[in-house]
Design a protein. Sequence first.
Length: 193
Amino acid sequence: MIVAAALPLVAEDGAAVTTSRIARAAGIGEATIFRAFKDKEELLDACVAEAVGVDHVLRELASVPLDEPLPARLTEAAEALCAHLERMGTVVGSLYASGHRRDRLRSPEARADGEPPEDGRTRSFRALQEAVVELIEPDRERLRLSPERVAAAFLGLLFSRLPAPGGPAHAPLTPEELISVLLHGTLTDPGSA
């Protein structure tokens, strides 16, 4: 509850947000924050963990009805993932811009099977990719590539749609444009290539 109330404030003010303002937004006393977190830095770290965590977007992806047409399923997925990326970028960027540059990364633990350890970013990406594969799977027989390869292409296009300077002509692809390119390419007559 505290982190949920703090996130929009952290996105707005970064590390300059006060615990009294967070307490007011959460509808609690300021002392309650310090019963849940040892200090403001720990609260900010919890906000970063929530912003970069993928649980929320995984729930959204799981709620996309599999009986919708593939373009609609992928458009919903793109919108959910874009909102997640925007939220993550806003919170982390605001904290960074306001001087919160703590390095809280831990070394990944060694795996028993001898494989290199997975960091949180790799685990998150793998979970997102698996969720997108599930959305594509009902159309496996209609695809030239496996759902795993289509999911990789989808995420690659989605994660590379950075805004470019130069106005609307250089704006990133909309989710609908991205799905159209993914499923149909860019040729007006794909058979003419």
